[in-house]
Design a protein around this ligand. Sequence first.
Ligand code: ATP
Ligand code: MG
Length: 424
Amino acid sequence: MTLEKLHALFLEHPIICTDTRKIEENCMFFALKGPNFNGNAFAKDALGKGAAYAIIDEEEHRTSEKTILVNDVLETLQQLSTFHRNRNKAKIISLTGSNGKTTTKELINAVISKKYRTIATQGNLNNHIGVPLTLLSIKEDTEMAIVEMGANHKREIAHLCQIAQPDFGYITNFGKAHLEGFGGVEGVIQGKSELYDYLTSHDKYVFMNADDPIQREKLATYTKKIGFSTSDRTYYNIAFVEANPYVVLEAEGLRMESQLIGKYNFTNCCAAVLMGKYFNVPLEDIKAAIESYQPKNNRSQIMDKNGYKIILDAYNANPTSMKAALENFHAMDAPDKIMIIGDMFELGPTAAEEHQGIADLAEQLNFEQVYLVGENFFGVDTPFQKFKSFADFKEFLTHQPIKKGTLLIKGSRGMALERVLENL
Ligand code: ATP
Ligand code: MG
């Protein structure tokens, strides 16, 4: 079947499903393969549950005229999404980076949707499947699509750019995340830069943090760039006011009080303000969008529980975001600070060194009460209490409850440190 024909079917059945547990009536089922499953085996089930068509790539699973056999289901999904993207007028803004993609994407969407009809990546669906699904959610009247792109190894962002063909792009930062897959920090810089490489080689506009030396260097000779800076007057100026704990910024004399904590969220806000300005969203509307956005899913949330004030940042962690979180907590005006920090995953051979670095930093910043949780932290040399597993820590808490105070909770997703809340 040609892409054109498949696309016509998609327009009649514009819901894509890839999981038979979540089949919607009249959807198109794409039989993807994962490490532990083969979607082809579920095609019949999908059709039985009401899917209009099942796209498969193994002949033996052809059951009726409603199964569409293709060479490779994943590739077909990606090609269909590119085809769909090119059939619509929506401009695509892509973003990638080591940290802050989802937060920035949501801030941008909040700002841009004040003036335009937008769609954006749902949650964290930012990979080779999520990006196509996002593109396929573009409607005829969509004006802007904000597409998050994630990667944990080189060439991935380049591939996602081939699929999404972005018109604009922004890189949140180059940090120590997924070091294992990228082969070190240089690899991260190269990998994330693939977004700028795509845009510059296609003569498109690039948004940039002009205070970031790496971005400055990368884009030094490129002219189609739109940047923000706290000090360089050749770019749009945004002032950092404070992060105590909420980030406050000022643009053109207008103060914007976000509901985000952590100084690192300042640049995330700046990117959204800059794009709002570029796309002519009135500054008052930009302010309203920044001020009303609330973080989701354990990303830097502040809460009160049983007499504790809790900064819950248990969504994920890597050396860059962990360091930022510690420094931020240190600078914060709060009584009785206590930290519970969990292992950072995917660090490869530098894991021991990076965990030691964080434990040392906690010491240098004069934190007194620190609980380190996880196998990696268990191996560091430190005066702080450490626990090999969450179970050990939980067991400890039953004998020695944490003193009342201000808690910072942060660790990699796999550590699921939000479980601490149940044990306070
Ligand atoms: P993922 O790789 O899971 O998609 P992400 O890049 O989308 O992550 P967010 O989900 O927005 O990132 O934020 C995750 C965490 O990263 C935050 O809770 C915060 O601790 C940290 N963080 C956010 N923005 C930045 C930034 N600009 N620099 C450093 N750390 C940041
Ligand atoms: Mg994300």
